[in-house]
Design a protein around this ligand. Sequence first.
Ligand SMILES: Cc1ncc(COP(=O)(O)O)c(C=O)c1O
Length: 372
Amino acid sequence: MQPHNYILTMIDTAKGIIHNFNAGPSILPKEVFEAASHAVLDFNNSGLSILEIGHRTPLFQDVMDEARALVKELMSLGEDHEVLFLHGGATTQFMQIPMNLLNENELASYTETGTWASKAIKEAKLFGRVEIAGSTKDTNYTSIPKRLSVSPVSTYLHITTNETIAGTQWKDIPYDCGVPLIADMSSDILSRTMDFKKFDLIYAGAQKNMGAAGVNLVVINKNILGKVTRAIPSILDYRTHIKEGSMLNTPPVFAVYVAMLTLRWLKSKGGVAAIEQLNNAKSELLYTTLDSLPIFKGVVAKEDRSAMNAVFVMEDEALEKEFQAVCKQEGMYGVKGHRSVGGFRISMYNALPIESVQAITDLMKDFAQKHG
Ligand SMILES: Cc1ncc(COP(=O)(O)O)c(C=O)c1O
């Protein structure tokens, strides 16, 4: 019996090895589960649970400080960038960004690459004018725009670096778009090297590569703030969060703690560059297998395939059901595609071991052989 972590051992002993391809919330490192479980019972030998200590105690202040410092270190950020851990998930950022940055008569540029980008666009329109700088809507979001048209007067350009549902990922980041660059990195945060300093705002829900649901990372260049004329409620104003050291009100303490543990784990593995190599090896194995088996069909343009979420279908729907059943039987969790796309989605976040990708690709080969 070898489940991927001991928590599942307790609840699911009958199934043998478990592979977790969930799209989010998703797999986290075993070490994180262990340390987080321990902290619920006795946090740092204090005799108290992390769930029952004040957020302004030195015990928790250390957690917040370490989490913020680790983000700065792992992203090689300088003095201009502030790191915040906020409530409300990435979805709150869809509106908090334009509320803080975009005046009603001003223009913001958005790329339209899928479900998540479209949600961000919808919210931005509540605050100012929006231009679509590039869209792949016509091809059902199966690729990333190759050319952008960004108005020079635009307040910022927003991109979604990885579309979790469509399975696309920006490989060429438009650093030189001429206006402040903002990115939703919810599903590929800290999974690959980027010039993070060149972004004026980065946000990500923690529940894929960074920790548990309930907290949202926001990295912001403070120089872009303070330019809108509208009144902003304190809880939605980035400046008040920066002033209060990301402790304006009670933060989601446990989620921040799990994020800190996950960041510590990433550092111990060699940081972003090292995890990128592993992520590349995983996605290469998956896509090479996919392309070698005519029974399966990738839906995304090859050059835009996501290293985090591989999306594919089968010609024959009956076979799809059968493959789903085989996956379930073999302890492969979370392989079903999003309801808007169908087929399959294999999520390969930082904590997923390559052995899990090996296992699903072996299963795909076996299945293809039986049905080829
Ligand atoms: C790319 C992307 N953006 C935004 C979101 C929304 O995140 P949340 O549920 O934390 O609001 C998700 C959720 O999966 C996502 O994948």
